[in-house]
Design a protein around this ligand. Structure first.
Ligand SMILES: Nc1nc2c(ncn2[C@@H]2O[C@H](COP(=O)(O)OP(=O)(O)OP(=O)(O)O)[C@@H](O)[C@H]2O)c(=O)[nH]1
Ligand SMILES: [Mg+2]
Length: 329
């Protein structure tokens, strides 16, 4: 059994839940362990698909471009444990290329897995926040992706506005704290709203885009940390089926500094943990809320992450937080 699942099983086994509750929780754990999340990432050349993949996940699989030639020519597939990432070019590379890429995206979005469910859990469309020309991205979203989401499945579409740091050509970026100053923050808010409105107009779907920065390597070789990466992760986690969330969590970037700067509107890291655990362990958490004591050695796993969410839930989340706390610091 993989490490994270071992910890879960131990917590369940050492709890004072009754036998049938334990069995129920352990069964959910097994289902979760084998679940296969699939995330499609797309967007115009140079928007930051590879950088976003490398920022979110514990890998450097996706090659980041240095020049003007597109690095991602066709759909690339990265398998990280049970998590599969699909990296597809968007539109804007030429008539023939656009046809090919559209077809690739449509095929993937309508593909079913072995259980007859849609294979792709979410598609993250990345826009380049520093670009003024979003025309091809709207075409991609409104005419290629939106029609393929499926009835009642508009939650499969997520929109990220990357390169928040250079959205105003580098002005108003607080590079010491890795976040926008108020002028840039305001600018990003307006950008989010205009993207929201354009997509609502074109498709009737209301989506709240998330502006963020995947981070980048400075010329002197130091890494500028990401901004709003935890927020982006929360929206990914929250929009995929509950039983698949832990297998996304298992593959996160362990470089803590990448997760720490965000807009502070919510506690995204806590949200991520609650959302990924809560979906599967609702029965456990319910039990805990009702006063069942989670006994045993969980103190040893206890991390700082879960402390704000109440004693018992905190014990469970803290227990897992020992694992996730290593990611989020
Ligand atoms: N300043 C800044 N630069 C970024 C950010 N994200 C990506 N970049 C830079 O943008 C360039 C393109 O990034 P990639 O991640 O290769 O973009 P891509 O979408 O994978 O590009 P293709 O695969 O060529 O389509 C690289 O020089 C990155 O370092 C960001 O958030 N801020
Ligand atoms: Mg790329």
């Amino acid at each position: 059994m993989r490490k994270m699942y071992e910890n879960f099983a131990q917590i369940i086994n050492e709890s004072t839940m009754n036998e049938s509750e334990k069995q129920k929780a352990l069964k959910k754990l097994l289902v979760s362990q084998d679940a296969k999340p699939n995330v499609l990432i797309t967007g115009a050349t140079g928007c930051g698909k590879s950088s976003t993949i490398n920022a979110l996940f514990n890998t450097e699989v996706a090659k980041v471009g240095t020049g003007s030639t597109p690095e991602t020519m066709q759909i690339a597939k990265y398998e990280l444990g049970n998590l599969t990432l699909w990296d597809s070019p968007g539109l804007g590379d030429g008539v023939e290329e656009d046809k090919m890429h559209s077809k690739g995206i449509i095929d993937l979005l309508t593909k079913k897995d072995n259980n007859g469910n849609l294979l792709i859990d979410v598609v993250l469309v990345i826009l380049d926040g520093s670009s003024r020309d979003m025309g091809t991205s709207y075409e991609l979203i409104n005419n290629v992706i939106a029609p393929c989401l499926g009835e009642g499945k508009s939650h499969r579409l997520l929109i990220g506005i990357n390169q928040a740091d250079v959205a105003m050509k580098g002005r108003y970026w607080d590079s010491e704290n890795h976040k926008p100053e108020s002028e840039l923050e305001e600018f990003l808010k307006e950008k989010e709203k205009s993207v929201h409105d354009r997509i609502l107009d074109g498709t009737g779907i209301s989506i709240q885009p998330i502006s963020y920065s995947a981070g980048y390597m400075e010329t002197n070789g130091t890494q500028e940390p990401a901004y709003n990466l935890s927020k982006l992760l929360f929206y990914i986690i929250d929009n995929i089926p509950a039983e698949k969330r832990l297998n996304v969590m298992e593959n996160l970037n362990t470089n803590q500094t990448m997760w720490q700067s965000d807009d502070g509107l919510e506690d995204y890291r806590n949200n991520v943990i609650e959302s990924s655990i809560g979906g599967i362990f609702d029965s456990v958490i319910e039990g805990a809320k009702n006063g069942i004591e989670i006994g045993g050695k969980i103190g040893g796993f206890f991390g700082s992450v879960g402390e704000t969410v109440g004693e018992f839930i905190g014990a469970i989340i803290g227990g897992i937080g020992g694992f996730f706390g290593g990611l989020f610091g």
